[in-house]
Every structure is written in structure tokens, then in C-alpha cells.
Design a protein around this ligand. Structure first.
Ligand SMILES: NC(=O)c1ccc[n+]([C@@H]2O[C@H](COP(=O)([O-])OP(=O)(O)OC[C@H]3O[C@@H](n4cnc5c(N)ncnc54)[C@H](O)[C@@H]3O)[C@@H](O)[C@H]2O)c1
Length: 435
């Protein structure tokens, strides 16, 4: 099949590369000239393991190309819209301006029967509006609009795209369903369930899934707070709870609150969607509020660990990205923590294996360092915010020698208290009440 992808960000680039790897002919379009030039030079603008090899192989085979010219859509049988849908300033609604602009550009170049698919996460009814826009621009065009929300996770994007738990296709006609079946045929031959729904159902399914996962995280975070008060251990509680097959162990890791490019904006968008339709999403409203407060509360944890004040103290922050194995820093808890500590009078030094370049563009006033040990040098406390693999087995003796005060605040529970105290550290984890 000939596929065009509008928007070559995390989702567009991974989808385009994987579709090409299935054997489809793919052109990835983006407005950002710098990004396209980078890709045309064989370089990858994002950090995603395994992606560069797939892009190189498929570009070489002539199945994958990159352009800023949206007229490439004219050659395609299927056009995926994978542009950003950030939170707008308008009370938490998703900003759909990029989606609608893309729809107009696509409309201008349609040529023969084409299925236009929103892969971006969009509120219910967006597909209707995309259809209306295209119909208005091109009353003569032969097209269908479908919804195919994406569930990949940054850091495991290739695996998630190629071995998905499910593929949701929201389409209103048999013609559209047939085309999308063909696009995904290589995957459901591997037994990935392809779920056909209405367009609106598909749009809502994505928000419901993200809100549920965010709720699971927030739930265990609150249980962690209670563990600290009553002398229980949240990791053991989570394991005991998660081994129940009805619940499952995933997304039950207590931490500093969720961040990233999806959960924060998607939960607030679902809340506003509920309000707009007089079906309040009260659980999700609480999740959003609790999570916002939690990010600042993590700074208070550091203050407590240092005896009540961080003024004039040096804090080493390990991990800036919202999770490991990505360079994405959007809505990362590390930023709220760092800024709050600085407001409280601390000096902050930071290190992240992949997020430093992105952080430098938005986070001023901190000391950027070269390694975890460099970051810890002369620090009064070491705060682990993101659970990168390379932070899991630090040489604690070396850290102890480097630091001014031996204090570790481990917001991901990647160390054991007895191990840290054996090396002379005062150790504070999450949800670790009692001894
Ligand atoms: N990042 C994730 O992990 C993830 C996972 C699932 C779903 N999603 C959803 O997928 C969508 C895209 O997310 P992302 O993280 O890939 O975004 P992103 O910001 O990384 O990329 C969006 C790209 O679209 C381009 N763009 C915007 N308007 C354009 C236009 N008119 N024509 C061509 N290019 C245009 C931008 O230049 C940018 O490169 C969002 O709705 C997001 O919620 C993201």
C-alpha cells in the first residue's frame, strides 16, 4: 500500500518506519524543515532504541522517504494524521489546530479514493470535523475518515508498534475497514487483535485507556503515602495486589507522579470532554489534581530528608526525562521538583543520559553535569527521579566519598534501604514506612 504520514514526531516517525518495514511504501511529511533534512541525511531526531536501523534499511530499500511537501499525499491510498494535540490554554481542551490544518492540507492534494486516518489522540467528534473540513475544501473528493489511535510507549515504541496488544480501528464504512485491514495485515497474521469500532468509540477508547493507566499510578501513589504513615511497604503491597490477575502488576509502581507527552494532557482533555457532555469524569478530575500536587510534594520530601531546609544546599538530581529510554522531557516531574527546590533556595545539579540537550533549552539556573558521579560531587542530597538502567547499580561507596552529606532520596525505589544504609547513607524511598 502507499501510505503518507502527516507529522513525523514520535508517533509519525515510528509508525512510518514500521509500516515501511512491513513492506508498504511510506512517505513521512513534516512542516519542520530541520527535522526532515536531518532524516534525509540518515540521522534520527529522537532517541528511540532500534529506530535508526529500521529507518536506514527501509530508506535504502526505497520504501521510506521524508519530505516537507504535503503534495506527496496525492500518491497515497491511506493518509495518517499524526500531528501533536497538546493541551490548549482553553481550560484543558486538546488543541486541535494542527489536526485541522493537516486536514486542510491533505484535502488540497487528494487524488483518487483515500482513507484519512487520525492517529493523533483526539477528542470524540474530531473525525466528524475532519470529514467536514475535507468535504468543504474538496466537495469532489472520494475519501473516508477513520480513527486509529496509537498506543505505543516511548522507549519501547518499535516493540509496541510491531507487537501491539490490540489495534483499534474506528471506521464508518466497509471500504475504510478493508483498507485498514490491508495496512495492518502483517500484524494480525501475528495474532494482534484488530478491533473494529465506530469512529467515536475508537476516539474515546484511547482517552479511556490513558486515564485508566494514570488512575492506577495515582492510586498506588496514594497508597504509598499511607504506607509511610502506617509503617507498611508499598512495593510489597503493590506486589500483593498486582498478583491478582484481575488487577495485574503493571502501572503499580509508586513514584513522583506521572508526566510525559500523553497522560497529563489526555487526562485533562478527558475531564473537559466529560464536562462538555455533562458526564463528569470525577475520578479522573481527582487523578489530575492529586498528580499535580504530588510533583511539588516531592520537593518537600527532599526538604524533610535534609532536616527542614534546602536553603544554600546542593541537590543532585538524577534523571530529567519523564521515564527512561527516551529523551522526552515533556511534563516530567523532574522539572517541577527542580524548580521548586531552586525556589526554596537550593542549588541544583542535574544529569540525564539522554535528556540533557532538550532540558538545556528550557531549564535555566541548574548545573549540567557529565555523569551521575559528577552530579553527586559535593551534593547534600542525591535525588533519583528517573529510573534509568545506569542509575540502578551506582557505586554507593564512590557516591558516599563524592557527596558532602550522604543522603539519597530515591523517588523510584530502585535501591534497598538496607543496602544504602550499609554504605552509610540516610535513605528515603517512596512508600517505605517502618524500619
Ligand atoms: N508520544 C507518544 O508516546 C504518543 C503515544 C501515543 C499517542 N500519541 C499521540 O500522537 C500524537 C502525536 O504525538 P507525538 O508525540 O508524535 O508529537 P510530536 O510533537 O513529537 O510530533 C508532531 C509532529 O507533527 C508536525 N506537524 C504539525 N503540524 C503539521 C502539519 N500540518 N503538517 C506536517 N507536520 C506537522 C510537527 O512539526 C511535529 O514534528 C499526539 O496526539 C499524541 O497524543 C503520542
Amino acid at each position: 500500500m502507499r501510505i503518507a504520514i502527516i507529522g513525523t514526531g514520535y508517533v509519525g516517525l515510528v509508525s512510518g518506519a514500521c509500516f515501511a518495514d512491513f513492506g508498504h511504501d511510506v512517505v513521512c511529511v513534516d512542516k519542520n524543515k530541520e527535522k526532515i533534512v536531518t532524516l534525509q541525511q540518515g540521522l534520527i531526531p529522537i532517541y528511540e532504541s532500534g529506530l535508526s536501523d529500521i529507518i536506514a534499511a527501509n530508506s535504502k530499500a526505497g520504501r521510506l522517504s521524508f519530505t516537507t511537501d504535503s503534495s506527496a499525499v496525492g500518491q497515497a491510498q491511506v493518509v495518517f494524521i499524526a500531528v501533536g494535540t497538546p493541551a490548549s490554554n482553553n481550560g484543558g481542551h486538546a488543541d486541535l489546530s494542527f489536526v485541522y490544518a493537516a486536514a486542510r492540507e491533505v484535502a488540497a492534494h487528494l487524488n483518487g479514493f483515500t482513507v484519512i486516518v487520525t492517529k493523533s489522540t483526539v477528542p470524540v467528534g474530531t473525525g466528524d470535523e475532519v470529514e467536514r473540513i475535507i468535504r468543504e475544501e474538496r466537495p469532489d473528493a472520494d475519501f473516508e475518515v477513520a480513527s486509529n489511535p496509537e498506543f505505543l510507549r516511548e522507549g519501547a515504541a518499535i516493540r509496541d508498534f510491531k507487537l501491539p496488544d490490540r489495534i483499534i480501528v474506528g471506521a464508518e464504512s466497509e471500504r475504510a475497514r478493508k483498507v485498514l485491514s490491508e495496512v495492518y495485515r502483517p500484524l494480525y497474521l501475528n495474532a494482534a487483535p484488530l478491533l473494529f469500532t465506530s469512529r467515536r468509540t475508537a476516539e474515546l477508547t484511547k482517552y479511556a485507556a490513558n486515564a485508566f493507566l494514570a488512575t492506577k499510578i495515582t492510586f498506588i501513589n496514594e497508597i504509598a503515602d499511607l504506607c509511610e504513615k502506617v509503617g507498611a511497604d508499598v512495593q510489597e503491597v503493590a506486589r500483593g495486589v498486582g498478583l491478582d490477575n484481575r488487577i495485574g502488576t503493571k502501572f503499580l509502581h509508586a513514584g513522583p507522579g506521572f508526566g510525559g507527552s500523553c497522560f497529563p494532557k489526555d487526562t485533562t482533555a478527558l475531564v473537559t470532554m466529560g464536562q462538555d457532555h455533562e458526564a463528569p469524569m470525577r475520578i479522573v478530575e481527582a487523578v489530575v489534581a492529586i498528580n499535580d500536587q504530588r510533583k511539588r510534594a516531592m520537593a518537600r520530601k527532599v526538604v524533610c530528608a535534609l532536616g527542614g531546609s534546602v536553603r544554600g544546599k546542593t541537590i543532585a538530581v538524577l534523571g530529567l526525562t519523564f521515564k527512561p529510554n527516551t529523551d522526552d522531557i515533556r511534563e516530567a516531574p523532574s522539572f517541577v521538583l527542580t524548580r521548586t527546590l531552586m525556589e526554596m533556595g537550593a542549588r541544583v545539579r542535574v544529569f540525564d543520559p539522554a535528556g540533557m540537550e532538550n532540558a538545556r533549552a528550557v531549564l535555566n539556573g541548574v548545573g549540567y553535569t557529565e555523569s551521575a558521579y559528577d552530579c553527586a560531587q559535593d551534593a547534600d542530597a542525591l535525588v533519583i527521579v528517573t529510573e534509568w538502567e545506569q542509575f540502578r547499580a551506582l557505586d554507593l561507596a564512590r557516591l558516599h566519598r563524592a557527596m558532602r552529606q550522604p543522603v539519597i532520596v530515591d523517588l523510584r525505589n530502585i535501591y534497598r534501604r538496607d543496602e544504602a544504609t550499609r554504605h552509610g547513607f540516610c535513605y528515603v524511598g517512596i512508600g517505605k514506612g517502618g524500619r
